[in-house]
Design a protein around this ligand. Structure first.
Ligand SMILES: [Zn+2]
Length: 166
């Protein structure tokens, strides 16, 4: 590795000299002043607006499921991670159900589904079950299923974001 040849003392000096917080837009080759709308976003007004329109387009095309909306099947299948275990569950109101989990939980995927769908998934994944009926270890078969759900339905809006930052 090239960086291994730089003595540790010199690397420390270089790191110390770099400003802790950017004072200009971090977009490549832009040095406009930062638009002061968010204390941790270091973009000028123009590049912030570019980023915003990109995010809006991504949300639109990904059809990100909003867990606060009503499911067309009457319920939701959800995949949730707490530490190194994954829960696969069914909820008629996903927003309410998420309140039962700690703020370090992560909603990995969700999509409209029924209790019958949930039972099918549980029997397919039964070899990877850990303590409790609906908890699984992150075996590749479990992870693949979640990836497929995210590819088909989009990444869900994080219902824990507000509680984590509160
Ligand atoms: Zn800029």
């Amino acid at each position: 590795m090239g960086s291994d040849r730089i003595p540790e003392s010199r690397r420390r000096r270089v790191r110390r000299r770099a400003p802790l917080v950017p004072t200009e837009c971090v977009h490549p080759a832009c040095c406009q002043p930062i638009w002061d709308v968010d204390p941790h976003t270091y973009l000028c007004r123009m590049h912030a607006l570019f980023a915003w329109s990109g995010v809006q387009a991504a949300i639109k095309s990904a059809r990100i499921p909003d867990p606060t909306t009503v499911s067309p099947t009457g319920g939701w299948i959800y995949y949730l991670r707490v530490a190194d275990q994954i829960k696969v569950g069914y909820a008629s109101h996903l927003g309410d159900r998420m309140k039962a989990y700690p703020p370090n939980a992560e909603l990995l995927a969700c999509h409209p589904g029924t209790r019958k769908d949930e039972q099918e998934i549980h029997s397919l994944l039964s070899a990877h079950r850990v303590a409790g009926r609906e908890w699984y270890r992150p075996h590749p078969e479990v992870v693949d299923r979640i990836e497929a759900a995210r590819a088909k339905h989009g990444a869900p809006i994080d219902p824990f974001l507000q509680r984590r930052s509160a």
